[in-house]
Design a protein around this ligand. Sequence first.
Ligand code: F6P
Length: 367
Amino acid sequence: MTMKIGILTGGGDCPGLNGAIKWVTKTALDPRLVAKRFISFEVTGIADGWRGLVEVDPTDPKSRDRYLRHLDEEVVRTWDRYGGTNLGTSRTNPFNPQNDRSEKLIENIKKLGIDVLVVLGGEDTLGVAYKLHKLGIRTVGIPKTIDNDLMGTEYSLGFDTAVNVIMEEIDRLRTTAGSHGRIFVVETMGRHAGWLALHGGECSGAYIILIPEYPFDIDRVCELLRERRGREIKYSIIVASEGAKPEGQQELLRNGKIDDFGHPTLGGIASYIATEIEKRTDFESRSLILSHLQRGGSPSANDRLMARRFGMTAVDMIINEDFGRMVSLVRGEITSVPLKEIVDKLKLVDVEKYYDKERYNGRRSIL
Ligand code: F6P
């Protein structure tokens, strides 16, 4: 029996996607495993996420060339070293009630002869995979998002690389912050969950960390800064998640744009905080948005390893007919969870467990 795997990446790109695609392909096509499994696979990469699968015209060779890519060992050999996604991505939502293209999507999956879809994405993209699963399409999910806010898994591809970028950039900032004796407010990604800011700030030794889960009082921020004065500390680093908000206020929006899944573009909290600090104290403050740098570059060692393990597990799941599920990491072990359990909710920072509400930082007691 031969099965055709279609594989796509959706939502924001991140390092680790290419590695997962490589390992799905290599594991599926591994000649030694083919002999043992009594099942062989073909792997087709779909360009630009759900948009590609909606827009491809299966009867038009030009369109097939544009949106479909035959994947084999030769094609994917070096992919694990590179960040981004070689398949391209989009934030297209085929089930968007304002422009529902789900019929076309299902028709194309059938016309292309795709037996199972491997979907690499965050909550939005995997939410589409779950809807398809309910409509009878075989799907397997692989978690990715630098925000690491997917339920049902301790790890999502891209997070470790992004935390490393935050740490490296803060290391760089320290020399200039120290030379001028300035406050630097660094804005990380993380729309709803503060994992990036918390882990990035903790491993950088940031003085203050502000996360979406715990609205902050700007006067308390200034008080904490003043407490350091006279202790021979010339500068301070504040890390703020893009979704961090002052008490009683909403997140800051970068523009009025809303994506296909209904998310606004956030941005500007670091600049807001730096301005407020200058208004309320005599500390000179600067701000910086790390933005998409956090999603760029090549994957860290951990992202390469996790991409490999997640990719291989996705193929195991296909063989075991574990459809409608997502590969996951639970208590350090690779397993899988039903997509049903991970949609329409997010894994937020447990403030009581991990956050020091007085110091605005990670907690100093673990047990
Ligand atoms: O994928 C999640 C994320 O990285 C968020 O942290 C961020 O708010 C958003 O994507 C940015 O999206 P875009 O790449 O569309 O600007």
